[in-house]
Ligand binder design. Structure first.
Ligand code: UD1
Ligand code: CA
Length: 462
């Protein structure tokens, strides 16, 4: 959007979080909370975005490196007004409107910000120098209260700590989201004082400055206070995560995904899910996960950073990390796919099977109790219960290759590096330490002995 710049305030310590991590890096639905205003400004194509950083500046800067925003350091956190004063260094020569957002208000939507832009432009009449979003709260504690005159016009915002007793009773509060004319901001930001209860330069004092100099201020009262809720402590962080979770579940349901219990479907904002997929309670899906159509993700499974094809079922209590899975695959229950797997279509991975850095070809099966690591497995391979690829010799990792159509009997150890040729057979209980040619059988077996009547005699002795 032409003539639109933005400032995101993110320098505060977030004392109430009681954390070594800067507040704006705490995750909400899988992304640091600062990512949400950044994303909105990208949606709106703001010409320039300046993030004010201070506490944990380097961590914030590196987390948002390449996000298309500029940074200004506020060395001492002297208040939101002072933060904006610092930010203006990054907006030299800019003429137009400046959006000011807080880094700790992640539930805000593009629609709401657009609403602010719309009321600011208005229809005729005098253009305001400043517009802000307010909200009505049953419990306004902690927020700045919006004071209006007898005509209902906003005259100032008073911070909680500076409120008189009657002012504390006001339940319309400042959301901390503003749109200000750049010229007005430049001329007035230096006029802010810090003679208040916290000894800080308060940004909302600009409102009073505007009104006193005969300028117009507009306020948009938001009907969904949750959306403009600020996060100051971990109770609010949990509340924001819950609301975001419900928002995501709703978005998915409206796009054709069945979410059996939205309250316990932990699906990060970054995840994509195809139509007619069903998500059971207690599922966690994080990162850049993409689930196909008509899949089933059963209860208490975790899928992170993975791509899953259509018609695949992830049965309960299964973990899938950084892997790709094809179509019509069944994984679990109780399976663990560690990072780096590529699983083809129609594969079956059953209970208590762990797979790591392995590719598995079409139609292969490992149905029970196995460890398969650093392996390349062909198509139509059958891996029996209790198969272990011994990939580590105490020094380095080695790979196992099992070619198409091979049959691995139960309770087998494949000591890597080793190759089992096409269609070869490994007899149950074999420890394989050499390559097996295609089409052959390998078997190691101690001789069996049957001693008739032995058990009967033993019992009699007792
Ligand atoms: C602020 C508003 C309050 C409003 C509320 C809405 C002020 C003085 N008060 O209060 O009217 O109701 O937001 O959520 O603005 N920050 C800096 N540098 C500083 C101080 C703060 O960058 O020196 C940043 C913080 O990191 C945060 C944002 O500004 O992202 C808001 O600061 P915070 O201390 O959370 O203000 P509130 O007390 O919530
Ligand atoms: Ca806040």
């Amino acid at each position: 959007m032409k003539n639109l710049a933005a400032i995101i305030l993110a320098a505060g310590k977030g004392t109430r979080m009681k954390s070594r991590t800067p507040k704006v890096l705490h995750p909400v639905s899988g992304l640091p909370m600062l990512a949400y205003p950044v994303r909105i400004l990208k949606d709106l194509k703001a010409q320039k975005v300046v993030v004010v950083i201070g506490h944990g500046a380097e961590a914030v800067r590196s987390a948002f490196d390449g996000a298309g925003v500029g940074f200004v350091l506020q060395e001492e956190q002297l208040g939101t007004g002072h933060a904006v004063m610092c930010a203006l260094k990054g907006l030299k020569g800019f003429k137009g409107e400046v959006l000011i957002l807080s880094g700790d208000v992640p539930l805000i939507t593009t629609e709401t910000v657009k609403g602010l832009l719309t009321i600011h432009k208005g229809r005729g009449g005098k253009k305001p120098v400043l517009s802000l979003i307010t909200m009505l709260l049953d419990d306004p504690k902690g927020y700045g209260r919006v004071v209006r005159d007898e005509h209902g016009s906003v005259v100032r915002v008073v911070e909680e700590k500076d409120c008189s007793v009657p002012q504390k009773g006001i339940n319309e509060v400042n959301s901390g989201l503003y749109l200000v004319e750049a010229w007005f901001l430049r001329e007035n930001i230096k006029k802010l004082g810090n003679g208040n209860a916290q000894g800080e330069y308060y940004l909302p004092d600009l409102i009073e400055l505007a009104v006193q100099s005969g300028q117009k201020v507009k306020a948009l009262t938001h009907m969904h206070p949750n959306e403009v809720m600020g996060i100051n402590n971990r109770v609010e962080l949990a509340r924001a995560n819950r609301l975001m979770r419900l928002r995501k579940a709703e978005e998915l349901m409206l796009s054709g995904v069945t979410v059996l219990d939205p309250e316990t479907a932990y699906i990060d904002s970054t995840v994509k899910v195809g139509m007619d997929t069903t998500i059971y309670p207690g599922v966690h899906m994080t990162g850049e996960t993409v689930i196909g159509e008509n899949c089933v993700i059963e209860e208490n499974s975790r899928v992170s950073g993975s791509v899953i094809g259509d018609n695949t079922t992830i049965k309960s209590h299964t973990i899938v990390e950084d892997s790709s899975i094809g179509k019509e695959v069944v994984v679990g229950p109780f399976a663990r796919l560690r990072p780096g797997n590529s699983i083809s279509d129609n594969v079956r991975i059953g209970n208590f099977v762990e797979v790591k850095k392995t590719s598995i070809g079409k139609g292969s099966k490992a149905n029970h109790l196995s460890y398969i690591g650093d392996s390349v497995i062909g198509a139509r391979v059958n891996i029996g219960a209790g198969t272990i690829t011994c990939n580590y010799d105490g020094f380095t990792k080695h790979s196992t290759v099992i070619e198409d159509g091979a049959f691995i009997g139960s309770d087998t150890q494949l000591v890597a590096p080793v190759t089992i040729g096409k269609g070869a057979y490994v007899g149950s209980g074999t420890t394989v330490t050499r390559d097996v040619p295609a089409g052959s059988l390998i078997i190691t077996r101690a001789g069996e002995k049957v001693i008739e009547g032995w058990a009967v005699r033993k019992r009699k002795k007792k």
